[in-house]
Write a protein that binds this ligand. Structure first.
Ligand code: GTP
Length: 425
């Protein structure tokens, strides 16, 4: 089993995310010497006394991609014990969009709080999003502890506040720790300046978190990205070749497995699993492979190959919890595109059944969802999708709402009443 850990950072502007990530990369020796030289040079040019580690992170952000990752940069780094994929979300105004994007695939969210400010509205919002997205672990870094002279009581007050808020949002215990990203206290090594804290450093904590669940216990979900049929294969062996390429979204697929193809519902058996010219006996999430089936079924991009014993039901109506990410409001009657796995269908917003009130942690009636609101909606689809509750399957329970005209992402959504389940726990 891989010990890969996906982490996302979140926090309000200036809480120190860039500095923390830079410190983590630098102190864990994940930064190349030439990158650090460049940071020292720029810091000197700007008249700073010491290297500004936030510059390491800003370099990372310039690697932004298009589309859904537009506001999030990903970076791999590794220690002797574990490989990490870091989704770094800038803390500007549209914090929810970034948090949702980064956190939707994360095993752990590292949430920063400035010890002098304590729990903020945005901290609550980030906790709510992490809770909705069922991120397995939340680590709250109580940062800038150097600015309160490493005071134990101040830390405890903030830590207690955060833990209570997390509990109100139905989250399992949030872990908290005192940190100075600037000075490096408790980031990679434990600090002598916080003798009252006997827990692990941030890196030790991240290295020790349990890895993702065993894919063997999850049902197979394989969204088809591409149908492969060599038209003029010179080699006779490939003349009748027909394969379905994609990425295993969850579970394991083995040769001989019975599968259902959705939304049509036809069933078949896996007779081959190909990957880069090799034949495999099995493949598991998140491997990209090509499946061959025993029967000649009409399958196209956007279909879902699922375990025959446990297939999701294709539905025309979807109840969902959405984080609204657009500047214009979401209102009933609006027409959008819904992207689910590799399938895109037209959708009509029928009702808004509520908006999450973060202070009361409950749903309140609403006519519209504004930028960064989290709410519950019902959607009618032009053609069915095999949707299943997000609480059951994170990979196939998630969807995006997209603007039909310009393709921008309007909302990140989760099938089902994740909100109510969360808010009433
Ligand atoms: N004293 C002290 N200052 C810190 C600490 N961490 C960050 N800072 C300072 O706080 C300011 C903001 O830090 P950044 O890392 O840029 O903040 P950010 O949250 O990443 O902000 P964005 O990149 O805009 O999202 C900078 O001046 C940092 O040097 C800390 O632990 N102690």
């Amino acid at each position: 089993m891989s010990t890969l850990l996906r982490l996302a950072t979140a926090g309000s502007v200036d809480d120190g995310k860039s500095t923390l990530v830079g410190r983590l990369l630098y102190d864990s020796k994940s930064v190349l010497a030439d990158q650090f030289d460049a940071v020292e040079r720029v810091s000197r040019d700007r008249g700073l006394a010491s290297a500004d580690l936030a510059l390491l992170t800003d370099g990372l952000r310039s690697e932004r991609e298009q589309g859904i990752t537009i506001d999030v940069a990903y970076r791999y780094f590794a220690t002797a014990n574990r490989t990490f994929i870091l989704a770094d979300c800038p803390g500007h105004v549209q914090y929810t969009r970034n948090t949702v994007t980064g956190a939707s695939t994360a095993d752990v969210v590292v949430l920063l709080v400035d010890v002098r400010k304590g729990l903020q509205e945005q901290t609550r919002r980030h906790l709510a999003v992490a809770s909705l997205l069922r991120v397995p672990h939340v680590v709250v870094v109580v940062n800038k502890i150097d600015l309160v002279d490493y005071d134990h009581d101040t830390y405890t007050r903030v830590s207690d506040e955060v833990i209570a808020a997390a509990r109100d949002l139905g989250m399992p215990e949030a872990l908290t720790l005192p940190v100075s990203a600037l000075e490096g206290d408790n980031v990679v090594t434990r600090s002598a300046r916080t003798p009252w804290y006997d827990g692990p450093s941030l890196l030790e904590l991240l290295e020790g978190l349990p890895a993702k669940g065993d894919p063997d216990h999850e049902p197979l979900r394989f969204p088809v990205q591409l149908v492969i049929r060599p038209q003029s294969a010179a080699d006779e062996r490939y003349r009748d070749y027909r394969g379905y390429a994609g990425q295993v979204a969850s579970g394991v697929v083995r040769v001989g497995d019975a599968v259902a193809v959705l939304p049509g519902g036809r069933s078949s058996t896996v007779v081959g699993i190909d990957q880069a010219g090799q034949e495999l006996d099995e493949a598991f999430a998140p491997q990209s492979v090509t499946l061959r089936l025993a029967d000649d079924i009409d399958i196209s991009r956007g279909d879902l190959i699922a375990a025959a014993a446990d297939p999701p039901e294709p539905v025309h109506d979807v109840d969902g919890t959405v984080a609204w990410l657009a500047d214009h409001a979401l209102r009933p009657g609006m027409k959008v595109l819904l992207k689910h796995g590799t399938r895109t269908v037209q959708a009509l917003v029928r009702t808004i059944s509520g908006r999450l009130d973060l202070d009361a942690t409950e749903l309140r009636p609403a006519d519209a969802l504004e930028l960064n609101d989290i709410g519950h909606v019902t959607l009618r689809l032009a053609s069915p999708i095999p949707a299943e509750p997000y609480v059951r399957a994170r990979s196939t329970g998630a969807f995006l709402l997209v603007d039909a005209h310009d393709g921008t992402t309007l909302a990140a959504g989760m099938v089902g009443d994740a909100l109510l389940a969360t808010a009433t726990v």
